[in-house]
Ligand binder design. Structure first.
Ligand code: SF4
Length: 280
């Protein structure tokens, strides 16, 4: 009989669990409309469940009406976005992950202390945009090549998008060493991401089939799927358990499951149960 193994570290991280709890509590207690700024997490199922509880998504803080409540998601926002919502007469519940806030504070501090701030991360990603809002003169570098072509000051301070890989960070640092007088790193990579990736790497090396659960628009889930695919050719990225195709499991002895940081435990369990029903 096939064995089904869930990666040691998989699914919703501390920041996502905390944000979900804040919104669920708010949906039972606040008066007036309740919105999230953008989808709370990159998980269509969860977003739909929240909609059923009356939580709607607005794409811009300027859309909120007086008397409403706006929840800021784990990725964080610029100080300006918060100001706009408050000025519109809305209440704000800040669900920014504390680890992202740490990156905001680090960037602010470095800029105040006269460092040229480099944010190692993906330009345009909401988390990076939020961090930029806290250190407006910062420069975003996504790769060692970009770091190599960036003109440097005498004092350079680095903060990192929480979901970056250590490998990319080390390569960027290598491209900077020797080109400035002082290079300071505040390592703001979140351990949840590297823990998920490490567990996925180990499991996918043993598995005959890997199932990766999470939104297709979720960067960290897509990255898990890439890691799994590298080690296990029979990798499938799904959002819902009804996407599982019984033919995927033919002849498989070990079926591995992992899930992105925005996948609640209940979704992982329902996928596990469905696979169990398929393989018997
Ligand atoms: S992955 Fe880390 S930084 Fe991002 S929300 Fe989860 S705990 Fe916070």
């Amino acid at each position: 009989m096939a064995q089904i193994v869930i990666a040691e570290e998989a699914g919703a991280c501390y920041g996502v669990e905390r944000a979900l709890e804040l919104v669920l509590t708010a949906s039972e207690s606040v008066e007036g409309p309740l919105h999230t700024l953008g989808p709370l997490i990159h998980n269509p199922l969860v977003v739909r469940e929240l909609e059923e509880r009356g939580v709607t998504v607005v794409e811009d803080a300027r859309e909120v009406e007086p008397g409403s409540t706006l929840v800021l998601r784990t990725h964080g926002v610029t100080p300006e976005v918060k100001r706009v919502a408050l000025a519109a007469g809305a209440k704000v519940i800040d669900a920014t992950c504390p680890f992202v806030m740490r990156a905001h504070r680090a960037a602010e501090r470095l800029e105040r202390d006269g460092y040229q701030v480099l944010i190692v991360g993906e330009a345009g990603h909401p988390e990076v945009e939020g961090t930029l809002g806290h250190a407006p003169s910062a420069v975003v570098v996504g790769s060692p090549e970009e770091a190599a072509s960036t003109e440097l000051s005498k004092k350079v301070g680095i903060v990192v998008q929480t979901t970056q890989s250590k490998e990319n960070l080390l390569n960027v640092i290598e491209a900077l060493v020797g080109r400035t007088e002082e290079l300071r790193l505040i390592d703001t990579i979140c351990e949840a991401t590297s823990g998920h990736q490490g567990a996925c790497e180990r499991l996918s090396k043993r598995a005959d089939v890997m199932i990766v659960i999470g939104g297709r628009n979720s960067a960290n889930t897509t990255h898990l799927a890439e890691i799994a695919q590298k080690n296990c050719g029979r990798t499938h990225h799904i959002e819902r358990d009804d996407e599982l195709d019984p033919s995927w499991f033919t002849g498989a002895e070990l079926i591995g499951i992992t899930a992105g940081a925005s996948t609640p435990a209940a979704q992982i369990e329902s996928v596990r149960e469905r696979i169990q029903t398929i393989v018997g």
